[in-house]
Design a protein around this ligand. Structure first.
Ligand code: TYM
Length: 333
């Protein structure tokens, strides 16, 4: 049997997971688990760059595990693990840091954003965040990395670092590429259209996988609209386009077509549009929320899954690191 291609991705445990995480990343994980050799991890080390207080960490890590499984990830089929459990990640991160230049790291968009957001905590981990992410990926010699649009630049940097290593020390790593089924990488917009859904910012305009049904309804009904189109077939304002884009994620095509026709014919009622979206969101989110809650209540199961995932990830990490040390010339006899 042909060897399966390798896939790797990660999610930071910095808050509740949302629709952006689902459609940008987790949906792809679930689709890839049958045909690829998959490594999916909870990036607890990365979270320390922005969340030095670790009071919430334990719960957040468990929730990311539970929500991934609730979304359909099968921990028997993939390696679902915690970043800090694989110490080889930190070793590879150290080697890669010798190949990453201050100038290129300072130019990273996410770094510049974080500097703005937390001017009192511009730590070295924040600067070398993309180096650690590269270590996560190439530790398993992964080729495909399912991520949302916001991770595009990090993936470009991962390719640069992997290539730099290969040129300097010999071919060890494949070039990793960002992956999404179908078309381009996805960005799920926030309900107010001002930015994207996010774990920690813009919480009233983000739909979380743990939101109760009435919270979902309330958030959707608050989405910005206006008094409606004034002439047939006019272009949609951004905030209306935004609602239609969110509908495409969860509503049936014929339902969307009906509202499109209503819009073009100037008969659309935005109250009905939002009610439809709210109910379809409830239908989509509530089974995930309920399943995740059940899993969260089963500590033994979670512990077992976490250990099993770490074991699988460690096996792959050990093999790669033997090659890396060899290539680097760190074997003296
Ligand atoms: P994080 O935790 O911010 O997000 C996890 C995944 O969700 C995607 N995502 C979105 N996609 C579409 N629309 C949105 N509004 C949206 N918000 C988030 C992200 O693109 C990501 O795929 N640096 C990574 C974590 C990481 C990682 C890795 C990823 C650490 N090591 C190795 C891939 C490979 C991050 O902060 O993701």
């Amino acid at each position: 049997m042909a060897k399966k291609e390798i896939v790797m991705s990660g999610i930071r445990p910095t808050g509740f997971l949302h629709l952006g995480n689902y459609f940008g990343a987790m949906r792809n994980y679930v689709r890839m688990q049958e045909d690829f050799d998959c490594y999916f991890m909870v990036a607890d080390l990365h979270s320390l760059t922005t969340h030095p207080d670790t009071k919430e960490l334990r719960n957040n890590v468990k929730r990311v595990f539970a929500e991934n499984i609730a979304c359909g990830l099968d921990p028997q089929k993939v390696a679902l693990y915690c970043q800090s459990h694989i110490v080889e990640t930190s070793e590879l991160y150290l080697y890669l840091n010798m190949m990453a230049y201050k100038g290129e790291l300072e130019k990273t968009t996410t770094f510049k954003d974080k500097v703005r957001l937390q001017p009192d905590n511009v730590n070295a981990g924040l600067l070398t965040y993309p180096v650690l992410q590269t270590a996560d990926i190439i530790l398993h010699r992964a080729k495909y990395v399912p991520v949302g649009k916001d991770q595009e630049q990090h993936l470009e940097m991962a390719r640069n670092f992997a290539n730099r290593f290969n040129h300097r020390y010999g071919e060890v790593f494949p070039e990793p590429v960002a992956f999404n089924f179908g078309q381009d990488l996805i960005k799920v917009p926030s309900l107010d259209g001002a930015g994207k859904m996010s774990k920690s910012e813009n919480q009233n305009a983000t739909l979380y996988l743990a939101d109760e049904n009435d919270v979902i309804r309330k958030k959707v009904m608050k989405a910005k609209t206006d008094s409606g189109p004034t002439e047939p077939n006019m272009p949609k304002p951004d905030y209306i386009e935004n609602i239609f884009n969110l509908m495409k994620l969860v509503c049936a095509p014929d339902v969307i077509a009906k509202f499109e026709a209503d819009y073009n014919g100037c008969t659309i009622r935005y109250g009905d549009l939002k009610k439809q979206l709210a109910e379809d969101m409830v239908q989509f989110i509530s089974p995930i929320r309920e399943k995740a809650q059940q899993i969260m209540n089963d500590e033994n199961y979670l512990k077992q899954i976490m250990e099993m995932g770490a074991e699988k990830a460690r096996a792959s990490a050990t093999t790669t690191m033997a090659r890396v040390r060899n290539a680097l010339g760190l074997n003296y006899f």
